[in-house]
Design a protein around this ligand. Structure first.
Ligand code: KIV
Ligand code: NA
Length: 263
């Protein structure tokens, strides 16, 4: 049976950590879910790791539909989350719903979109009409040119307050999960305590309900320079399956991320 939003909420309520990896194809989908990965994230990071682009901005909705379908075909147990690529969630709630519907038809169980309070109206529109949504705040790579680079977010008191406001607004709008990317661990912990939905962290410390890594980073294939929050689980493992299993074990045991991976 496939993991559902209810399963994930129950895991969060029972303090069972949720293990997530990005996934872009059918073979890895099968391998990763058999290794115990709970959620397969079809991330727009595929722009970087598959397409060789410098950012996620060139990724199209058709790219995301194609890879979501590939992952869905190889999977029968994991929860499938698909990213809404740049330009497909920013225009209007109606336009966003239409785009998200295509990802859901391709096999997604939830879509993820970047942005805080500004996206609340859209999140409410979608969730009320049957499309589960995961918010994504902190470092939002689709806004890299506005942010002025890939930097830690929420470091000043003002930024931290804003991030907390964004988190609360998204939950209130109906978001089923919330991802925080590269934010101080203490802030991510506060947000996780404040919200009642599961939080997902990448470079956000140990206290989030779930952890995610880009599959290629977990396998030590770093596309750019190795970021602080990345860890190569293939080093010391006998196979890719074992690397994925070790990642899942480390997340479930609360051993990853360590303080050396956090900000
Ligand atoms: O696109 C992606 O892989 C992501 C994760 C890094 C959070 O959004
Ligand atoms: Na993404």
């Amino acid at each position: 049976m496939r993991i559902t939003q209810d399963t994930l909420q129950k895991m969060r309520d029972d303090n069972e950590k949720i293990a997530i990896l990005t996934c872009y194809d059918s073979s890895f989908a099968t391998l990763l879910e058999n290794a115990g990965v709970d959620i397969l994230l079809v991330g727009d990071s595929l722009g970087n790791v598959l397409q060789g682009e410098e950012s996620t901005l060139p990724v199209t909705l058709d790219d995301m539909i194609y890879h979501t379908r590939c992952v869905a075909r190889g999977s029968s147990k994991a929860f499938i989350m698909a990213d809404m690529p740049f330009g497909t969630s920013q225009v209007s709630p109606e336009d966003t719903f239409e785009n998200a519907a295509k990802l859901m038809a391709a096999g997604a169980n939830m879509v993820k979109l970047e942005g805080g309070s500004i996206m609340a109206e859209t999140v409410e529109f979608m969730t009320r009409r049957g499309i589960p949504v995961c918010g994504h705040i902190g470092l939002t790579p689709q806004s890299v040119h506005q942010l002025g680079g890939y930097k830690v977010q929420g470091k000043t008191d003002y930024q931290a307050e804003q991030l907390m406001e964004d988190a609360v607004a998204l939950e209130k709008a109906g978001a089923g999960m919330l991802l925080m990317e590269v934010v101080p661990a203490t802030l991510a912990k506060q947000v996780t305590k404040t919200l009642s939905i599961p939080t997902i962290g990448i470079g956000a410390g140990i206290d989030c309900s779930a952890q995610v890594l880009v599959l290629y980073d977990m396998l030590g294939i770093y596309s750019g320079k190795k970021a602080r929050f990345m860890k190569n689980f293939l080093a010391g493992a006998g196979s890719i399956h074992e690397a994925a299993e070790n990642y899942v074990k480390a997340v479930k045991a609360g051993e990853f991320p360590g303080p050396e991976h956090a900000f």
